[in-house]
Write a protein that binds this ligand. Structure first.
Ligand SMILES: [Zn+2]
Length: 330
């Protein structure tokens, strides 16, 4: 399937009608194995607490048609309540790191990635888990967010649509991280259908009951969708509005690399809201304002995310895109 048109400022992308007509439904095999990952970042506590709870109370996430396995992915980081020990576990699931040909002392997270890949993968093989739900928190004001890696995966698009509809009236944005120049190599990427669940705002090392409840609801709706699918429910063709990552924006920095300005108050907590040409983005200690000079309206997300200061990212620019998925049935 291809993307055939972009229209003006809405930046809507549609699949061709011809391609949709060629096959009106896609058939998938039943979902047999699902993993729920918590603690990929050890200081994002909603996922850590939920997965630890479900390890003792598996009946809460059990669905009769499939195996559902909760798993703490970075136990040492969880124990220390830090994001990671040596390197970010959520960026090392590339073939080179997983293949084991790295020389010298192997960073803890790479050892861990290999272990996870052998338990739930191998990545890219038919033996990998069908679905991995990877639980994260953000300090940004993003609400419930589903992270989609592939714009052509009808199964996951249909699952996102089901979760979004079930969550209403609470918002549930979908962030598409597919990008020609950026490969994330996420922990969940070893599954056939990976999905990140990112809920915020919640400070690192803190757990809030409202954020925890939202995350729990998202997981349960995802499991319900898979159970209904396994039972033979047909899901009609759907469209899904997603925010596609365009570019990461760093803070203004001085000669020594220190922050030269911080997020402007009018951008703070405005994740998913339009940022129009001329709108303020940053403000210096002296009150000098930097404005957005792009040509098109964009939709910032991960605004002022604590974990991204080290990644030189103040926020990510996204555009709104509409994805289409064919009808889905077993
Ligand atoms: Zn995270």
């Amino acid at each position: 399937m291809g993307i055939n048109s972009r229209t003006g400022k809405d930046l809507c992308v549609h699949f061709t009608a011809a391609a949709v007509n060629m096959a009106t439904s896609s058939s998938h095999s039943a979902v047999r194995r699902v993993a729920i990952f918590g603690g990929t970042h050890g200081n994002e506590l909603s996922g850590v607490l939920l997965v630890k709870h479900w390890l003792k109370h598996g009946e809460e996430i059990a669905r009769r048609s499939m195996e559902v396995r909760p798993f703490i992915t970075n136990p040492k980081a969880v124990e220390k309540c830090v994001r990671y020990i040596d390197t970010d576990l959520n960026r090392v699931f590339d073939n080179q790191s997983l293949s084991g040909d790295q020389k010298g002392k192997v960073p803890y997270e790479i050892e861990q990635a290999r272990k996870i890949n052998s338990l739930f993968g191998p990545k890219g093989s038919k033996n990998g888990y069908d679905v991995i739900l990877d639980l994260h928190n953000t300090t940004a004001h993003m609400g419930a967010t589903l992270i989609l890696e592939n714009s052509r995966d009808d199964f996951t698009i249909q699952m996102c649509k089901y979760i979004q509809t079930s969550m209403a009236p609470e918002s549930c944005a979908v962030l598409l991280i597919e990008h020609p120049g950026v490969k994330y190599a996420t922990t969940r990427s070893i599954a056939k259908h990976p999905i990140g669940i990112e809920v915020g705002p919640q400070p690192q090392g803190v757990v809030r009951a409202d954020i925890l409840r939202t995350m729990k609801n998202v997981v349960n709706y995802a499991l319900d969708f898979m159970q209904y699918f396994n039972e033979g429910t047909e899901f009609p063709p759907c469209s899904l509005e997603v925010y596609r990552v365009l570019e990461k924006i760093d803070y203004p920095r001085n000669e020594s690399g220190d922050l030269g300005a911080i997020i402007h108050p009018s951008l703070q907590d405005q994740d998913w809201k339009p940022l129009n040409p001329g709108d303020p983005m940053f403000i210096t200690m002296d009150g000098e304002v930097t404005c957005y000079e792009g040509e098109n309206t964009v939709y910032p997300t991960f605004v002022n995310e604590a974990a991204y200061y080290e990644k030189n990212q103040a926020f990510a620019k996204t555009e709104k895109v509409t994805l289409m998925a064919q009808a889905l049935r077993l």
